[in-house]
Design a protein around this ligand. Structure first.
Ligand SMILES: Nc1nc2c(ncn2[C@@H]2O[C@H](COP(=O)(O)OP(=O)(O)OP(=O)(O)O)[C@@H](O)[C@H]2O)c(=O)[nH]1
Ligand SMILES: [Mg+2]
Ligand SMILES: [Zn+2]
Length: 353
């Protein structure tokens, strides 16, 4: 198996060398199956096991990761370490399970896919784009199902115009329209993930790009147009042109792993005005010398942009707080466990004496 075709190069060779374990070899994770990821090594695909310390570190390998593997016994492939990822796309879990959840690693670009067959909500894309920026990857928007857009070509054009500051491609996986433009975003050797809600056509797009029905797809529900969560695990799929696509299961509410600077990156128009406000911590809610409010009043910045920026900022702050609280609880639990262990061992020692 040619690891170069999966993106192996000097960077990863050096990262592996730095671990100073000549018995470990490189592999790329190509499918997530909970505790047994599928990896590709120089000698081919393997189901791998994970070293227990990886669970303690709380960072499990995900699709796209480069890992160091060993062979502790014939036919056993053991993931020993994750090579530090160049990009790391993640979200914050829902509710009280607010842990950071990695989605895909070492992706050069993330295509945020949505469909135009229902009512199109461009602002739903902002959260994804914030996480993409935080991950260190390029973001682009794909508007699929142009063939089924109720308002026809005019509505498609309106939807494209509503996506700001990121490349936006209207496509139809079904009719094969817009695929040439999409292919132009998929450079050889690049890893490109498709993310978005269930039923928007991520797997259909991958099949259209492959020219074969590799990934399972399924019609959306007739009553509410929602997807049926057809794709159940993430996988890496090489395209004939040399790009590596990551198919992902449709995500429900998406809470981005992102910071305030990523919100600014999604709204460079608002951020540019905000940089000119009199107060560095201006909330643009009536402070004197507010350049943002002045820009809205002068018609230089649409009020919707300010609203959307506020919504994303609030969501990001809320999710970051949830994630912090979760991390704090986890740290407390770990500390309590450690304390109990120390106590138990000191009792044992007293018993010895
Ligand atoms: N009309 C139309 N339907 C499409 C298009 N692309 C996909 N579909 C249909 O949309 C449905 C859902 O497509 P999938 O590819 O399974 O969607 P997905 O995003 O992979 O969904 P999950 O795997 O559940 O996340 C299928 O019935 C597809 O045939 C398109 O361009 N036009
Ligand atoms: Mg799918
Ligand atoms: Zn201001």
């Amino acid at each position: 198996m040619n690891l170069e075709a999966l993106g192996f190069g000097p960077h990863w060779a050096a990262a592996l060398l730095a671990l100073d374990r000549p018995d470990w070899t490189p592999a790329r994770v190509v499918a997530d199956h909970r505790d047994q990821p599928e990896v590709v090594t120089a000698s081919g695909p393997r189901r791998a096991l994970l070293r227990p310390h990886l669970y303690q570190d709380g960072t499990l390998p995900v699709v796209g990761d480069w890992v160091a593997v060993s062979q502790p016994a014939p036919d056993v492939c053991m993931v020993e370490a994750i090579l530090p990822p160049r990009t790391d796309f993640a979200r914050i879990g829902a509710g009280r399970r607010a842990a950071r959840q990695r989605v895909a690693a070492n992706v050069d670009r993330v295509l945020v896919v949505t469909a135009l067959d229902g009512d199109f909500k461009p602002r739903r894309l902002d959260r994804y784009l914030a996480a993409v920026h935080h991950a260190g990857a390029e973001g682009a928007v794909v508007l699929n199902k142009t063939d089924a857009c109720p308002g026809g070509p005019a509505a498609v054009a309106e939807a494209v115009a509503a996506v700001k500051h990121r490349p936006c491609l209207p496509v139809s996986a079904q009719r094969g329209e817009g695929l040439a433009e999409l292919r132009a975003l998929l450079g050889p050797g690049e890893t490109v993930a498709l993310v978005g809600s269930s039923g928007v056509g991520k797997s259909s797009l991958i099949n259209a790009l492959l020219g074969e029905a590799r990934q399972a797809t399924q019609a959306v529900r007739a009553d509410d147009g929602k997807g049926r969560h057809t794709t159940t695990h993430r996988s890496l799929i090489p395209l004939p042109g040399g790009a590596l696509l990551v198919d992902t299961p449709g995500m429900r509410a998406f809470a981005p792993d992102a910071g305030a600077e990523d919100v600014a990156a999604v709204f460079p128009d608002v951020a540019e005005w905000a940089a000119r406000c009199h107060f560095a911590d201006c909330s643009h809610e009536g402070e004197p010398g507010c350049a943002v409010q002045a820009a809205v009043a002068a018609g230089a910045l649409a009020a919707e942009r300010l609203d959307a920026w506020r919504r994303l900022g609030r969501a990001q702050a809320h999710d970051a707080l949830r994630a912090d609280a979760h991390a704090q609880r986890a740290a407390q639990r770990a500390q309590a466990k450690l304390y109990r262990r120390i106590l138990a061992s000191s009792r044992r020692h007293k018993g010895d004496g």
